[in-house]
Structure formats: structure tokens, C-alpha cells
Design a protein around this ligand. Sequence first.
Ligand SMILES: Cc1cc2nc3c(=O)[nH]c(=O)nc-3n(C[C@H](O)[C@H](O)[C@H](O)COP(=O)(O)OP(=O)(O)OC[C@H]3O[C@@H](n4cnc5c(N)ncnc54)[C@H](O)[C@@H]3O)c2cc1C
Length: 359
Amino acid sequence: MATTNKTMNRNLTPAIRRVAIVGSGMAGLSAGKLLRAQGCDVTLFDKARGPGGRMASKRVTDGAVDIGAQYFTIRNPDFREFLGRFAVDDDNQPSVQEWSARLRYQRADKGWEPMRAAMRYVGVPRMSAITRALSRGLDVRCSTRVERLESTTDSRWRLVDTVGAELGVYDDVVITAPPVQTDTLLKNSGIELAGAAAVFAGLPLEACWALIVHFPKGARAEADGFSFNHTALQWAANNSSKPGRDGDGEWWVLHARADWSEKFRDADPEWIKTELLSAFAMAVDSLGLSDDVTETITHRWLYAKTGFAGEGPGHVWSNSERIGLCGDWLTAGRVEGAFTSAQGLVEAMLGLSSPGGMT
Ligand SMILES: Cc1cc2nc3c(=O)[nH]c(=O)nc-3n(C[C@H](O)[C@H](O)[C@H](O)COP(=O)(O)OP(=O)(O)OC[C@H]3O[C@@H](n4cnc5c(N)ncnc54)[C@H](O)[C@@H]3O)c2cc1C
């Protein structure tokens, strides 16, 4: 894998290319920053009201709580350099900090063990601060769902939204939507990328019910996060234990298991809330949880975690179509994977590496 330095310091783009990027999560914003650094004219579109995708934080009375990605790794040195350079706030302070959390996992016999020590990183003061910082200086058009791509007579791509409005004409298109949405967009456009169907078919798509809970007096749990061995509950973390979080009491985030979320995908959110709260209370009872709960917010992720168990193709670049795919789902389905996938795609677009696993 070539380095970020290499892609950033050598301007290999023969002429200013107009690039459209569908999606403004970590993959879309990373691709946007790296392509901008190469002198490309980049426009990002996102169907959501703001950038960030699954690195989302929900506003609560006294701050915000991370409802999607909980923490991430930084193993790729290029990712570290990228975040150091671009993930900074308006005062040039880093938007990323280490979360030195006390985490536990539950054994098959329901006993608890400490999770292995690792460097875990979060956005400060909320996860979405990172994607907000990355979006600075980029042309990000939110609340805009790209419905289809139409080829123009001069071999470029016209993007069209859900009401048929034109979103501009571009030389290259990068799609970073999760696999179902990418597949739909390609089908709507009558585009078949070689081998893509097989990759989409092989991917698990996991929904996830999430619950935010406020304990005004603190949950009095003996750790900052728990990975459960439970039919419904998979994860709970004390959001207030992350750096830079203010506010009274403790805000916790609970994530349900994928198969349970899938089974109860259309259930009443109130019922989901009751099930997850009682599972949490029972599971950590021995750890001293208080049941003193006030505010709650329930959220359903339809496409929460997806990706290859192993390496995955990384990215897809079709030089003939001038269309690329990247995103966490083309790697192991995590925040760092989303960056690495985007980095690989940008290098392929610039001709610095192979086109990826499917072209
Ligand atoms: C509940 C949960 C917990 C997680 N926990 C962790 C964790 O602890 N650690 C970790 O590393 N990762 C975790 N992840 C995964 C992590 O959030 C993702 O790997 C990463 O954020 C994916 O980034 P992305 O850019 O590839 O995709 P996304 O963030 O999904 O971005 C894709 C964007 O495309 C947009 N889009 C889709 N279709 C269209 C369209 N047609 N037009 C316009 N826009 C469109 C979407 O709105 C979205 O913003 C978690 C995810 C969830 C949901």
C-alpha cells in the first residue's frame, strides 16, 4: 500500500477532474480530502442531514452521545497522519483522543474478564466531531440522495436525485454507500461493474438497535464498557467516560446483537427499550448497576456493521467506467477500514496501484 504522503505530495492528476462522491462518512470524506489534495474538484452528496454516516452522535439535553461507532483503532500509519492533519477543530486542536476505558467481556459461563489492553480512539467532544472536522473545506451537499447516474455523450456522469433534479456532471464517481445502497444505485443506473454482484451477495448485512440511556446519579457500573454474552444485548458503554464529555450523571449507549436486531427489526421502539434496559440491568446486576434511569433515545441502524471476515477486496475501481467503490464494507467493516479503503481507491484512481479486487 502506498502512503498518504505519496498521494498527497505528488500531483499526478493530468487535468483538474471533477469528482462526485456519494456518501460523506469516513470513506467519502477521506476520499474527498485525498482527491482534493491532488487538485481534483470534489463534490460530496449525502442523503442524511449532516455528514458523518455511521460515526454519528445524537444530541441530548447536555451534549451528544455516540450512537454508532464507539471507538476505533489507528494501526495504519497513514490513517494516523491523515487524522493528525485534517481531524482538527476550528482552533487547530485535535478532534481525536485516546479513550483509556476499562472494558470487560462476558465469558460463555457468564463470568467477566477484562478486555485486552489496546489503544482505542474516539472523537472529542463527540464522535461526529471527527467527520465534522474532515468535512471542513469540502463541498458537502447534505439532504441529497443520489438516485442514479446517467452517462453523457462525452463519457462523463450526470448525477440525478430522487425528484429527477440534476446534481451536476462529473468525470469520475466514487460511491461509498453501504452495499445494499450501492447495489441499488448501480442498478438504478443500469451499470454492471464486473464481479460486483458476487461481492454484494456474499456480504452479511447486520441491523442494530441502539439505546441511549441517562443515569442522573451514574449507573455505578464497575467498568466503562461491556461486551455481553447475551441473546439480545451485545454492547454497553459509558459515553460519559470518554474524554471531553461534560454534563451531569452518566449517558450510556446500548447496542443489541445483530441477529436479535434483525428478528425484531420492525418491533415497537418502546418494547425494544424495555427489553434492552432489563437485559442490561440483569446482566450487570452483579457489577452494581443502579436502575435509576431518566431520559432514553432509541435508534435503529438498518445497515450497521458489514464487511468481510478477512481482508476483502479493499476497493473497486473501473478505469473504463471511471466509477469507484469504497467503504468499510470492502474491508473488515470498521472506521479504520473505511479510511484504508478510500486511500486504496484514490491510489487506484491516480494510477498508483491496482484497480482493486473486482475490475
Ligand atoms: C451501531 C454501530 C456500532 C459500530 N461500532 C464500531 C466500533 O466500535 N468501531 C469501529 O471501528 N466501527 C464501528 N462501527 C462501524 C463504523 O461506524 C463504520 O465502519 C464506518 O463509520 C463506515 O464508514 P463509511 O464511510 O464506509 O460508511 P457510512 O458511514 O455508512 O457512510 C455512507 C454514507 O452514504 C450515505 N448514502 C447512502 N446512500 C446514499 C445515496 N444514494 N445518496 C447519498 N448518500 C448516500 C449515507 O447517508 C452515509 O452517510 C459501528 C457501526 C454501527 C452502526
